[in-house]
Write a protein that binds this ligand. Structure first.
Ligand SMILES: [Zn+2]
Length: 169
């Protein structure tokens, strides 16, 4: 068999937002309950890990494609600097949500990973990536090939790309 163009493996994680306490969390499909509903739309449900309140999401929310940016550095210091710089550049954008090692914007996630590429970058499918190490770039290049991902020159280019994508929506 010859693959002409590799497909994109659909996401198996579902993201929940708890309106009660503000917690944002992700579950594998197997970890939450699927409920078919003929009158309304189908939805998944899970218990909030922080306040234990039941949280619901509908399948339509999940189907929306999320664009993944990956930022990789070899040191914690460089990583937190990068995250701070990105936050500052995106301060005018509504819905920016800052978490440890992740900035979440509706439809977009920016993941921050630090250290040995083999251990910290496995299983990622970056649509865009940036790294300050040769081994990181090589690892991310191979992951990105599977989903038509593109390398970005630096943090400035990443911020411009995010702003451009937000404006398109
Ligand atoms: Zn909660």
């Amino acid at each position: 068999m010859k693959i002409i163009k590799e497909g994109k493996i659909p996401t198996t994680t579902i993201r929940f937002y708890c309106g009660n306490c503000g917690c944002v969390f992700e579950c594998e499909k197997g970890e939450c309950t699927y409920c078919g509903d003929q009158r309304n739309s189908d939805y998944y449900t899970a218990k909030c890990p922080t306040c234990r309140k039941r949280v619901y999401t509908d399948v339509m929310t999940m189907k929306k494609d999320r664009i993944t940016f990956v930022v990789h550095t070899m040191s914690d210091y460089d990583l937190s600097q990068a995250q701070e710089n990105i936050l500052t550049s995106l301060s005018g954008i509504p819905g920016v949500f800052n978490m440890p090692h992740c900035i979440d914007i509706p439809g977009i996630e920016i993941l921050f990973r630090c250290g040995d590429p083999e251990t910290c970058l496995g299983g990622l499918r970056p649509d865009y990536y940036v790294s300050n190490s040769i081994s990181g770039l090589e690892f991310l290049r191979q992951s990105a090939e599977k989903c038509d991902g593109k390398r970005l020159k630096d943090i400035d280019e990443l911020c411009n790309k995010v702003i451009e994508l937000v404006k398109e929506k």
